[in-house]
Design a protein around this ligand. Structure first.
Ligand SMILES: Cc1cc2nc3c(=O)[nH]c(=O)nc-3n(C[C@H](O)[C@H](O)[C@H](O)COP(=O)(O)OP(=O)(O)OC[C@H]3O[C@@H](n4cnc5c(N)ncnc54)[C@H](O)[C@@H]3O)c2cc1C
Length: 393
């Protein structure tokens, strides 16, 4: 593991350090960096291709964590986000559920970073992006093939993607079991993409897609036709965990910067660090970050042992991330005074981008609703219901 991290750190030092903000401002997908990471084997080493592996999702989470941590620390978020979608979601979906054709043709090139994958789930034009059953897109599936009609919105890496993994209902009216998962090459006739100029993740190639009578072979189906929604929910747990990994890595750097600055800053006879109010605020931010770090650590450890990601823990991580990351970065910005707002320190940009984790991959409200549903069932195993009258409803 250390070797993987060291190799990655030297890649980041050579190719990204000191250039992250320039890459972000260019609003141009960092394809060369994306491909170089793949060519050096950083993606392949995160994917567990053994058929007899015990992992439900074929991802080596501990190694994947290192990949996301180092890219997040580089502050080049428009590279980190596409890599997390490609390696955390697209590659495991292809490796686990792809037909032989997809696994033999597309997967090896995607592992080497020659192909860019994206996840296309959201439809946000008329209804809430979280309302899957209200999706307007349709896949008509027959013995001869699949015809895709509809649209998808705010797709990370969309402008650079060579293929999409999309989730689409295949009959009316749609129910959870009527959603399938499809692999759609973006070069296919009928696929049209439009860039969305964003004020966050400016170089992540976020795009809207339109599908107008896109014809696909049946080999485009991932897994079983009825199970698309289950696949989505299982695999999106990685994205929820991701948010926490990312926030903890960036938050640690921010806290250390805050401390170094406060220790070096003269105030009267002492330093800013000597002010108890400053230490208190620092410690409050550190406490929030430690709680999140503890949950991320234990969730990854448990997933490594059981092969499954705990949905309650992953959802709690996603729900807690925007608030925790926001609080840490806001404190850092505030304490650094005017220096925090210099362009060489992209704290304000990172604050906005980490806050947008409250939307990307599902809004915080949606996470909280899921938690309210899942949490009571999980606790019932060791709760002492009925024994102590004090706790009866
Ligand atoms: C940076 C970024 C990257 C993204 N990348 C992708 C991608 O790669 N693939 C993809 O498919 N999608 C992607 N998305 C889209 C993202 O998943 C949606 O933005 C998200 O699901 C929310 O949908 P929406 O934007 O339509 O907002 P809405 O669903 O309209 O929500 C707006 C607000 O309404 C409130 N709200 C919504 N639902 C509820 C509820 N049930 N209860 C209470 N309040 C609620 C919340 O406050 C929410 O913030 C990305 C978005 C962003 C910002």
């Amino acid at each position: 593991m250390d070797e993987y991290r060291q190799e990655l750190q030297s890649f980041v030092r050579e190719r990204i350090a000191g250039r992250a903000d320039e890459i972000e401002q260019r609003a141009d997908f960092p394809r060369a960096l994306f491909a170089a990471l793949g060519a050096r084997g950083f993606y392949e080493r995160c994917i567990d291709l053994r058929k007899d592996g015990h992992r439900f999702i074929p991802l080596d989470l501990a190694r994947y964590r290192v990949l996301i941590e180092e890219l997040a620390r580089s502050t080049c978020f428009s590279l980190a986000l596409p890599v997390s979608v490609h390696v955390g979601l697209c590659l495991p979906l292809l490796a686990r559920l792809g037909t032989a054709t997809l696994r033999e043709d597309m997967l090896p090139r995607a592992l080497r970073g020659e192909l860019v994958g994206a996840i296309a789930a959201t439809e946000s034009r008329a209804v809430s992006g979280a309302d899957f059953v209200a999706m307007a897109s349709r896949a008509t599936i027959t013995d001869r093939g699949i015809r895709l009609q509809g649209f998808k919105d705010y797709i990370t890496s969309g402008m650079a993607a060579d293929f999409l993994v999309t989730f689409v209902p295949w009959r009316d009216p749609a129910h959870f079991t009527d959603i399938c998962a499809l692999v759609v090459p973006t070069a296919q006739p009928g696929v049209r993409r439009t860039p969305v100029p964003m004020s966050v993740f400016r170089s992540a190639g976020i795009a809207h897609f339109d599908f107008d009578g896109v014809e696909l072979d049946r080999t485009a189906l991932l897994g079983r036709q009825h199970f698309g929604m289950s696949y989505f929910l299982e695999h999106m747990l990685v994205a929820r965990l991701d948010a926490g990994i990312w926030a903890v890595a960036v938050g640690q750097e921010a806290l250390l910067l805050m401390q170094r600055y406060a220790q070096s800053r003269q105030v009267g006879d002492g330093t800013l660090w000597g002010e108890s109010a400053v230490q208190l605020r620092f410690a409050e931010a550190a406490t929030r970050l430690e709680l999140l770090r503890g949950l991320v650590d234990s969730t990854i450890r448990a997933a490594e042992e059981t092969g499954r990601i705990d949905p309650v823990a992953a959802t709690a991580i996603k729900a807690a991330t925007p608030g925790c990351a926001g609080a840490v970065l806001e404190e850092t910005l505030h304490l650094l005074g005017a220096r925090g707002l210099e362009t060489r320190r992209p704290l304000l940009r990172m604050l906005a981008e980490l806050r947008s984790f409250g939307l990307a991959g599902g809004s915080t409200e949606v996470m909280l609703r899921v938690l309210a549903e899942l949490w009571p069932a999980r606790r019932s195993g060791d709760a002492q219901e009925g024994i102590y009258p004090e706790w009866r409803a």
